[in-house]
Structures are given as C-alpha cells and as structure tokens.
Design a protein around this ligand. Structure first.
Ligand SMILES: NC(=O)c1ccc[n+]([C@@H]2O[C@H](COP(=O)([O-])OP(=O)(O)OC[C@H]3O[C@@H](n4cnc5c(N)ncnc54)[C@H](O)[C@@H]3O)[C@@H](O)[C@H]2O)c1
Length: 350
C-alpha cells in the first residue's frame, strides 16, 4: 500500500514472533513475508496477517525483494545467534535493509564483512540493541554524561538466566555463549555510556553444570571477565545461565557503576535505580513499559522504540544511526576477545 514499508522476518521463533507482531502494530508497515526453516510452526501468523510463508529466506528475497516484485524493502533477522551472518548477507546482497538481532555475528571477521557489504550497498544494517531505549538506561547515560558520578572507575554487570533457558527455551545453547546470548546488551551499554574502547580483556569460563544435560555437551555455564578500558575504567562481567528452577524469574540482572564523585546501582527485574552523589542520594523505581510490555493490546517499550528507530532509518536513509552495525562493531570485538581469552587462559590486548 502507498506510504507503507514492506517488511519480512527471517527466523520466526520467540523473538521473530515479537518482531512480526510489533511490525504489524506500526501504521507505516505492511508485512509481506515470513521465512523460517520450519514454516508449519508459524501458519497461525500467516493467517493472522495474510502473508506468505517461506521455508527458505533466499526464495523470499528473490521473489519479493528488489529483483522480484519489489514489495520487500526491509527484513528483521532473528535466527539463532550462530545463524545471523548468512541471512543478513543474503538480504543485503538482495538490496534489502536489515534489522538484526543481537549479537550482530559471533566473529569479528563475519561482522566486519557485513558492515562492509552494507556500506558498499548503501543499505541500513542496524542491530537490535533495544536496551538503549529502556528509561532506566537512558537515565544512567544522562547521569554519566552530566558528570553526576564523575569519572567512571568501575562497572559491574551481572546477568543470570534460569537453567531452563539453555535446557528448554532455546535448542542451540551449545552453539552460542552466555556472553553472546545474555551480555550483548550490557557490553553495548557500557561502551556507549562511558564512550571509550576496551584495551585489554581477561576472561575465564566455567563448564561442568550444563555438560551433564542432554544435547549440551559443549555448552558453557558462564563467564567472568574483566575489561580494561583505554581511559582506565575497569568493567567486570558475570554472565551465567545455571540458576535453578526455584529462581523467581527466567532472567535477572544487576549493574553497578562507581565513579570519582558517586555511584549508581540498578536492579534489573525490580527496575530500582539508586544514585549516590556528593549532594545526596535518590531512589527511583521505573514502572512504565519495559522491554516489551502489552499496553492496550499493543506491545510497547524499549523493543518497540528500537524497531521504530530502524523504520525511521529505513525511511530517512540514515545509515549511521547509533546502533548501526558499523557503530557497534566493538561489541563483537569484545565478545570475541572474552571467548578467546577464556580458552587460551591469557589476557588479550585489543
Ligand atoms: N533483543 C533481545 O533482547 C533478545 C532477547 C532474546 C533473544 N534475542 C536474540 O534473538 C535471536 C533469536 O532468538 P529466539 O529466542 O527467538 O530463538 P528461537 O530458537 O526461538 O528462534 C529462532 C528461529 O529461527 C529459525 N531458523 C534457524 N535457522 C534458520 C535459517 N537459517 N533460516 C530461517 N529460519 C531459521 C528456527 O526455526 C527458529 O524458529 C537470537 O539471536 C537471540 O540472541 C534477542
């Protein structure tokens, strides 16, 4: 329809369903195709939105992309972490803008090749770092930018998932790592908040809990990593997915930031932010939509805002948005360094 962007989704599992629904709720969007290895799982979506299903995303790109009917202008890629590169490359080669789930790719070589291709083709390639739009994270960025806590000396990031996630929620836990599946957002946020690059990485991994479970022979339980930034900030990351079934939520997180003039503490699931500076202290609990909250029958929150930013970039041809792949390549560099440092038992200089 006139004035509407034709979009598709490649990889329609848990997150792909969310992409599909949020696109469907945008007035300036028309979903034209959905592609998944296993299209029978998403027949309900095809009926609900009256769109074509494809078992091969290449067929969808050929038929509906600029070399076919031309209806398809942009796609979300929400395949598993280890399977982003091929569909992203195929979409860019077909002339279609791409919104890819985090992590952009599991290796720096792959990520760089995708960024080069997007530049060569003048196409939007944006990563869904939705947590940048979470109000509590926006507040933290403002506090740091306004100098409220002074120079950031230490950051502590904790991510904990229930063991149910690698065991039952996703079927590919042994083909990713907690650093990619869980810590992508925090690494991106920390780099963005302090506006600096990592100089060295020292990381360790733990194995032995998940390995006893069926199909998870090579899965990693978690990582502990220290990132030293160029201007001296030390960030410590803990990322593990072995919490027992009694853990009250599927996923939780905690972040601390300690600066020369104050500190900030954010509890992920309760959304309680505590700020201590030279003038006093403040406690704020955020209560509005979080990442993806249903409000009056529509999904609102950070995810929706991130997807809307992608749609604006598509319409305005903004190739250099803050969460464009080209501007977030350092996250992939840090992730690769953490995994390598843990395997080699060495501190790596980036
Ligand atoms: N932004 C966030 O906060 C957030 C949260 C959770 C997950 N994610 C990311 O979203 C992505 C998807 O995660 P999920 O939990 O939805 O996984 P999932 O396993 O539920 O879904 C993946 C889907 O991709 C399909 N698929 C696999 N390979 C394919 C291919 N080559 N072509 C077409 N379809 C293919 C599978 O059949 C499946 O339906 C992951 O990268 C994950 O890290 C992001």
């Amino acid at each position: 329809m006139e004035g509407q962007v034709g979009v598709g989704v490649i990889g329609v599992g848990i997150l792909g369903r969310r992409h599909t629904r949020v696109y469907a709720e945008q007035p300036n969007v028309r979903i034209v195709g959905l592609a998944d290895h296993n299209p029978s799982k998403i027949e309900d979506l095809a009926q609900r939105y009256g769109v074509r299903l494809f078992s091969d995303y290449r067929e969808m790109l050929d038929m509906l992309g600029p070399n076919g009917t031309g209806e398809l202008k942009a796609v979300s890629v929400s395949t598993p972490d280890f399977a982003h590169t091929d569909p992203v490359r195929a979409a860019l080669e077909a002339g279609v803008d791409v919104f890819v789930e985090k992590p952009l790719a599991m290796s720096v070589d792959e990520a760089e090749s995708l960024v080069s291709l997007s530049r060569e083709k003048s196409l939007v390639l944006m990563v869904n770092y939705s947590q940048r739009w979470l109000p509590e994270n926006i507040r933290i960025k403002q506090l740091i930018n306004n100098g409220v806590i002074g120079d950031v000396a230490f950051v502590e990031s904790h991510k904990w998932d229930s063991i149910w996630v690698p065991q039952h929620m996703i079927s590919w836990a042994d083909k990713t790592t907690p650093i990619h599946f869980m810590s992508s957002h925090d690494i991106d946020l920390i780099i963005d908040w302090i506006g600096d690059k990592v100089k060295s990485v020292s990381a360790f991994k733990h194995q032995g809990v998940l390995n006893h479970l069926k199909g998870l022979d090579s899965a990693v339980d978690g990582y502990a990593a220290i990132l030293q930034f160029k201007r001296g900030t030390l960030a410590s990351l803990h990322s593990s997915w072995i919490e027992p079934q009694s853990f009250p939520v599927i996923a939780d997180s905690y972040i601390e930031i300690h600066g020369s003039n104050g500190s900030i503490f954010l509890a992920g699931s309760t959304r309680e932010l505590k700020i201590y500076d030279r003038n006093g202290s403040e406690k704020v609990t955020f209560t509005g939509p979080s990442t993806a909250t249903e409000v009056n029958g529509k999904i609102e929150g950070a995810f929706t805002k991130s997807l809307q930013a992608f749609l604006r970039a598509v319409e305005s041809r903004e190739l250099d948005a803050p969460t464009a792949a080209a501007n977030t390549l350092h996250v992939v560099q840090v992730q690769e360094a953490i995994v390598r440092s843990a395997v080699r038992g060495e501190t790596l200089i980036l």
